[in-house]
Write a protein that binds this ligand. Structure first.
Ligand SMILES: *[C@@H]1O[C@H](CO)[C@@H](O)[C@H](O)[C@H]1NC(C)=O
Ligand SMILES: *[C@@H]1O[C@H](CO)[C@@H](O)[C@H](O)[C@H]1NC(C)=O
Ligand SMILES: *[C@@H]1O[C@H](CO)[C@@H](O)[C@H](O)[C@H]1NC(C)=O
Ligand SMILES: *[C@@H]1O[C@H](CO)[C@@H](O)[C@H](O)[C@H]1NC(C)=O
Ligand SMILES: *[C@@H]1O[C@H](CO)[C@@H](O)[C@H](O)[C@H]1NC(C)=O
Ligand SMILES: [Zn+2]
Length: 641
């Protein structure tokens, strides 16, 4: 399709929109419009998702061109639908009809906004997907994020090696993304304003359909913060035991030491932090390898990892929907070697009611076994709401979508469950083993909360224009130091934009969804365990094989986005708010233990926000052009000390 044609038709509909005030209040006309929209939108959306899939799993110029074309077709279609819907006066229509009208379409854009946005998103996505870091002493040996760099950040205890990878990943990715991100913020704001929002951050928050959303999230943070501060102090002591003087026992934590590329999840610090190392290990990776979890033929013409089978079996045990056969034929479950792809695990709905896929560069380990449950949760949700009108085929909110698989993973990760499926020899039954397990869980579900929160607090402020572009990176690190207690290993400049070094920011996903889901998954788990009649501590509950818990979940999933999320929350939990009570109950024994342990060690929760790591060793490894920055960071350090 020619761009000029799109532009002209967009301008034409814009003009007609302004001359027509809403007059049609005939319900039958409205319903005819909606069913026409649904019949046609499905095809337009499908073509767009197919093109996205083809590009993301095969990053060629040609596939990018096709994606651009389908993306513009979608934009044009949604703009036309938006203009058509404004001809209706929906006053007095039934609630579900009004709700469908509310979500349908998107205001027409002026000029080449849609094209520039798609080009910007593709560029950022590609930079992220192909980013590499070469070895310090062998510039010909380079690795991508998955599996190479992820592996180093998961296992290396070499401070310098970790810093090298952390710094060079950001040179390769977030530094290159920064100019595109400036364009992205501008275009997203334009589109949001055309649709009646004050800015793109406002649009993101409005998706949660409550006036108090931001305050609710901050209130929850105050509730869970004491747990985080104790965990932070405990982990700091353990890092000190490994890295010595590199760690200040009253300071924030250097981000590159936290077990992944961003400090998002600290799970890989478990070996270093395990409270009672003599107890049976909770890591089932060796058992998975021993039991040939690697490759297994599942369908005649397709091989698939047994990990997917184990996960599908869990969903089946709850009476939930089975995957269609096309899932295994069309998904990309291993990293191909013949082309460049985006690897970040994602679950795809093709909007035709039957095509659902996962893209994941699966590794055989426990972490990915749980990630598979997570992605399968998305797929299950997509299948459950597949019959609804198109605009309702979404989570009650994005946090709900992120929570489904996590609820199942809460059960799947219990020693009880791992024993039941033959991956753990015995179920440890003593309080010390329980603390080990809760710490493993807390390194993920306590540690990640302020991380996700700051990712969006910063972006909300940037979209609102509250942070000048000349201070974007500086403010990001100030917020990280203050709220998360995490700092970069070396001085950062405004040529960088470190927040974009993670998939979600480079690829236009909000992250408050992960914050909220980490809270509500415990509400869901509590409700399902109650429904299954399982008593005892929440952290021991395994809902495996409970048909009644599965039915409760399915009833909520089927609603999609057809009702405001508090209704879906009520269906599931009997009340209408996001609450931290169940999260706190789950982690309470760990919280008590951490407080005692920290007092024994003489460690106080909290940190001096001004402390920064000694980056002097970084200067030895930096190319000449970067030397100046490194030197100034040493000067800065003297000021802070
Ligand atoms: C990747 O896309 C190109 C088109 O750019 C196509 O020719 C090629 O067959 C695709 N590769 C795979 C494995 O799908
Ligand atoms: C919008 O209305 C016009 C005029 O009735 C029609 O031709 C077009 O197909 C409609 N488009 C959508 C997406 O509703
Ligand atoms: C929509 O209809 C209602 C009642 O029929 C009327 O009061 C209202 O003014 C109309 N709104 C517009 C914008 O025409
Ligand atoms: C795993 O595969 C190897 C080689 O095919 C085989 O010898 C071994 O018995 C298998 N182990 C299990 C537990 O199936
Ligand atoms: C796999 O087999 C199924 C059923 O026999 C067939 O429909 C499908 O096209 C095959 N897929 C591939 C990738 O060969
Ligand atoms: Zn997800």
């Amino acid at each position: 399709m020619l761009w000029s044609a799109v532009l002209l038709s967009a301008l034409a509909v814009l003009a007609s929109a302004q001359t027509n005030s809403p007059t049609n209040n005939n319900l039958a006309d409205a319903q005819r419009f909606l069913s026409d929209y649904n019949a046609r939108a499905q095809d337009v959306w499908n073509a767009y998702v197919v093109a996205s899939w083809n590009y993301d799993t095969n990053l060629t110029e040609h596939n990018n061109d096709v994606l651009l074309e389908k993306s513009l077709a979608l934009t044009e279609f949604e703009a036309a639908a938006y203009v058509n819907k404004t001809k209706f006066n929906t006053t007095g229509f039934p609630d579900d009809v009004i709700r469908e009208f509310d979500f349908l379409g998107s205001a027409p854009q002026e000029g080449d906004t849609a094209r520039r946005l798609q080009e910007t998103l593709s560029a950022m996505g590609r930079i992220y997907a192909v980013g590499q870091v070469c070895d310090q002493d062998d510039p010909n040996n380079c690795r991508g994020l998955e599996p190479g760099l992820t592996e180093i950040m998961a296992t290396s205890r070499d401070y310098e090696e970790r810093m090298w990878v952390w710094l060079r990943w950001r040179d390769a990715v977030s530094k290159a993304i920064r100019p595109h991100y400036v364009t992205y913020v501008d275009l997203k704001n334009q589109i949001a304003r055309a649709n009646g929002y004050t800015d793109y951050g406002d649009l993101w928050r409005r998706k949660y359909e409550t006036d108090t959303f931001e305050q609710d999230m901050l209130d929850i943070w105050e509730e869970v913060k004491p747990f985080y501060l104790e965990l932070h102090a405990y982990v700091r002591r353990k890092l000190y035991d490994v890295y010595g003087d590199k760690i200040n026992l009253k300071g924030p934590l250097p981000e590159h030491l936290l077990g992944d590329m961003w400090g998002r999840f600290w799970t890989n610090l478990y070996d270093m932090t395990v409270p009672f190392p003599d107890k049976e290990s909770l890591d089932v990776t060796p058992a998975m390898l021993e039991q040939n979890y690697t490759i297994m033929k599942m369908y005649e013409n397709y091989t698939i990892m047994k990990m997917y089978e184990v996960s599908e079996q869990f969903f089946g045990s709850l009476g939930l929907l089975p995957l269609p056969a096309t899932f295994f034929q069309r998904s990309m479950l291993q990293k191909p070697t013949d082309r460049e792809v985006a690897c970040h695990a994602t679950a795809w709905d093709f909007y035709d009611g039957q095509d659902f896929r996962i893209r994941m560069c699966t590794k055989v380990d426990m972490e990915d076994l749980l990630t598979i449950h997570h992605e399968m949760g998305h797929t299950q949700y997509q299948m459950q709401y597949a019959d609804l009108p198109l605009v309702f085929r979404d989570g009650a909110n994005d946090a709900f979508h992120e929570a489904v698989g996590e609820v199942l993973a809460l059960s799947a990760a219990t020693p009880q469950h791992l024993h039941a499926i033959g991956l753990l020899d015995s179920v440890p039954d003593d309080p010390d083993a329980d603390i080990n397990f809760l710490l493993l869980q807390g390194l993920n579900m306590i540690a990640t909360l302020p991380f996700s929160l700051v990712q969006d607090l910063w972006r909300w402020r940037v979209f609102a224009g509250d942070i000048p572009e000349s201070e974007w990176n500086k403010k990001y690190w100030e917020m990280k130091a203050e709220i998360v207690g995490v700092v970069p290993p070396a001085e950062r400049g405004e040529d960088q934009l470190d927040i974009t070094s993670i998939y979600h920011v480079a690829n236009d996903f909000d992250m408050i969804r992960y914050y909220a889901r980490t809270i509500i998954e415990f509400q869901f788990q509590k409700a399902m365990c109650d429904e299954a009649g399982i008593t005892g501590p929440l952290y021991k509950c395994d809902i495996y094989n409970s048909g009644s818990a599965g039915t409760k979940l399915a009833n909520m999933l089927k609603l999609g986005r057809s009702q405001p999320w508090p209704d879906a929350m009520q269906e599931m939990t009997g009340q209408r708010k996001m609450l931290a009570d169940s999260w706190k109950a789950y982690f309470q024994p760990l919280y008590v233990w951490l407080q005692e342990k920290n007092r024994q060690n003489g460690d106080e929760p909290g940190w001096d926000v001004n402390w920064r790591p000694d980056a002097s060793s970084a200067s030895a490894t930096l190319p000449a052009t970067l030397l100046l920055l490194a030197i100034s960071s040493v000067t800065g350090l003297l000021l802070f000390a």
